[in-house]
Design a protein around this ligand. Structure first.
Ligand code: MRU
Length: 325
């Protein structure tokens, strides 16, 4: 299955990204020419979603290798890209792969090839997650997701949305929580589902409990930014609340993610570094102030769902349960 947009591509020495900060109003591709521009694009969520961040960072290193063959300079680009977002493990997984390339060569072609490889692997992984996930979707399924773990977050058909795309004929509705503060649900998931003719309904985050308690959902599927050995899972803020609500209402709660999201160096979720983002993301919506200037705001971008709330993990290697090795 192919979707009708491309999130990232390397084209003759530049990287073209779909600027996700402008969606759904504008479908604009931005040209990225340097590692600093790529770091800015990742930090400001122009490219976002754990798998896509990893791929973007790998291309960012290729941009560095285009201008220098000095190992230290390529290494500084890697450090810069590593400092962009702390939670998504895919960023570190990809850059660790790129570091192995740098250990042997500074040749540009080798970095382009590694980034292309990461991109192709992700595309294939998404399809496999989708194929395994289809078995969990009943006829006339009513699903709920959170944030955007779709095609926009990957180089393929997404993670959480992959089974939904492949089981399209079995889907009667996907509830899309808006996902404050940056509205990845309302702006991105709603955009890609409607564009691909998947029946979807937008709700505000605070309506999730009501909708689940009324028996309107058969299963929840979300993505992940980092999964620890015991299965604790960091994902967009609000995922933990959704998992607790799902368990309370006897609704299965699945996490769909590639193995590149699993950080086996960490035993449990307490050790995950949670990204804190700026106050302005909460105090403004799309540039418009919605709160008094004087109020303080606290903006953790992710939370950790303990493994006990997760029914199973949908990976490229099948439906799995922790521990992960
Ligand atoms: O801050 P974002 O938009 O990068 O957060 C994205 C998420 O939380 C996704 O659910 C996660 O990265 C999985 S994407 C396949």
């Amino acid at each position: 299955m192919k979707l009708n947009f491309s999130t990232i591509s390397w084209e003759n020495g530049i990287v073209k990204i779909l600027d996700q900060t402008l969606l759904p109003n504008e479908e604009t591709y931005k040209i990225i020419r340097t590692p600093s521009e790529m770091a800015e694009a990742i930090k400001s969520l122009r490219v976002r979603g754990a798998p896509l961040i990893g791929i973007a960072a790998a291309y960012g290193v290729a941009l560095a290798a285009q201008n220098t063959n000095k190992k230290e300079e390529i290494n500084s680009a890697i450090k810069l890209l590593e400092s962009t977002r702390p939670t998504a493990y895919n960023l570190f997984y990809s850059l660790n792969r790129v570091k192995k390339v740098l250990a042997n060569t500074t040749d540009l072609q080798a970095f382009i090839e590694e980034a292309d490889k990461l991109k192709n692997e992700d595309e294939e992984t998404c399809s496999k997650i989708g194929e395994y996930g289809v078995s969990l979707i009943p006829k006339n399924a009513r699903c709920m997701t959170h944030c955007n773990a779709g095609a926009l977050a990957t180089a393929g058909i997404g993670t959480a949305l992959a089974p939904i795309y492949l089981a399209k004929d079995k889907i009667s509705n996907v509830f899309v929580p808006e996902t404050r503060p940056v509205l990845q649900g309302a702006r991105l998931t709603a955009w890609e589902l409607t564009r691909n003719n998947i029946p979807a309904t937008l709700i505000c985050d605070s309506a999730r409990g009501y909708v689940l308690s009324k028996g309107m959902v058969d299963l929840c599927i979300v993505g992940a930014d980092r999964i620890t050995r015991n299965g604790d899972t960091a994902n967009k803020i609000g995922t933990y609340a959704l998992a607790v609500l799902a368990k309370t209402n006897n609704v299965p709660f699945y996490v769909a993610a590639p193995y590149g999201t699993i950080d086996t160096s960490i035993a449990s979720g307490n050790e995950i570094d949670i990204e804190l983002r700026g106050e302005e993301e909460i105090k403004k919506i799309r540039g418009v102030e919605i709160a008094p200037k004087e109020i303080k705001a606290f903006n953790p971008a992710f939370d950790v769902t303990p493994a006990e709330y997760i029914t199973a993990f949908i990976t490229e290697n099948g439906i799995q349960k922790p521990p992960f090795k």
